[in-house]
Design a protein around this ligand. Structure first.
Ligand code: SF4
Ligand code: SF4
Length: 327
């Protein structure tokens, strides 16, 4: 895995859709790849989580690899493919495909036109990523308002990395606030500081990911330095008073005492911290990598046992921190 960047990126580097969107009349639009209703892990209460596409990191354990690329992608569910060949016949580039099954086009030969998706009789092919307006996203989450109100929940914007589409994200947050919907933003923190703070102003809660405290290991497993991320966290803590840290628990990578101690020391220095969420590694991401036709660096890694998760949580609680464990 090669490092992607060493310095905090600029908005222009981080927002590949900016050029497309700039100057467009009408309502702000952006790329999303899922809206998950009745989520209970992405903030307090019952929530809807909106997943925005694109991420500057490439974590080896990524649970949502279909959110990494900023543009739409074609996925193939091999278990549904009956090798009928209709997709190849429908595709303008079909003759160039490898004969391997399930049939995947070379990425450089796919125009993402969706012709093959339309003819597939089993639903084995899907285009991931929709270009949606703010109004359509808000219309999708608003019907669950009664659940948000009764449970203290709301809407969470996650990804991918939602800060990769800063104008779209700010417009979504403002639209939710105007309708009285409480919001959270789940971020990896690798962003332009001004953008992060501008987004934070518009969000009720920030879920901030802390993956690895040792810089070299962070670079090895996520592709980027954690320096700008930790600086951003401290800047955020000076202005936002409702932060949760989210720590993925990856066996053999960040579950050692030294890393947990460093996370605890970081957390104790934050004034706006409300809790730490410990998120045990699970294998859903490995399956998604395969559907995307990509290699998964941790394909054989087993999730941590329940007792290992409890041990890690107890380790952090021993520092006096509020810790909850999730999926
Ligand atoms: S999305 Fe279009 S270009 Fe891409 S493989 Fe399917 S038919 Fe071919
Ligand atoms: S059309 Fe669908 S089922 Fe048929 S070969 Fe293509 S992916 Fe498989």
């Amino acid at each position: 895995m090669s490092p992607r960047a060493t310095l905090a990126p600029t908005d222009t580097q981080l927002d590949p859709t900016a050029a497309l969107l700039a100057g467009q009349p009408g309502e702000q639009r952006g790329w999303i790849f899922n809206i998950q209703r009745c989520s209970v892990q992405d903030g307090p209460g019952i929530r809807s989580t909106v997943f925005l596409k694109g991420c500057p990191l490439c974590c080896a354990w990524c649970h949502n690899p279909e959110g990494q690329a900023p543009q739409p992608e074609l996925i193939v569910l091999d278990t549904r493919c009956i090798a009928c060949g209709q997709c190849r016949n429908a595709c303008a580039f079909g003759q160039a495909w490898d004969a391997a099954q399930p049939p995947r086009p070379p990425a450089e030969n796919c125009a993402l036109c969706g012709e093959c998706v339309a003819v597939c009789p089993t639903g084995a092919r899907q285009l991931i990523g929709e270009h949606r307006s703010v109004a359509s996203v808000v219309a999708a989450v608003e019907p669950d308002r009664i659940f948000y109100d009764e449970s203290g929940g709301g809407v969470t914007f996650s990804g991918g990395e939602p800060l990769l589409q800063p104008d779209f994200l700010k417009a979504l947050l403002e639209a939710c606030r105007a309708r009285g919907l409480r919001t959270a933003v789940d971020t990896c923190g690798f962003a332009c500081t001004e953008t992060l703070l501008a987004v934070a102003q518009r969000a009720d809660l920030i879920l901030f990911d802390v993956k690895l405290m040792e810089e070299a290991k962070h670079r090895q497993y996520t592709g980027v330095s954690n320096g700008p991320i930790l600086e951003n966290l401290r800047a955020l803590d000076r202005v936002h008073k409702d932060l949760w840290l989210r720590v993925p628990l990856i066996p053999g990578i960040n579950d050692d005492a030294a890393n947990l101690d460093a996370v605890a020391r970081l957390a104790l220095g934050l004034t706006g911290l409300r809790q730490i969420s410990l998120l045990p590694y699970h294998r859903a991401g490995a399956l998604k990598f395969r559907r995307l036709g990509q290699a998964c660096a941790l394909a054989d890694l087993e999730p941590p046992s329940a007792s290992a998760v409890e041990r890690a949580a107890a380790h952090l609680r021993a520092f006096g921190l509020e810790v909850r464990t999730g999926r």
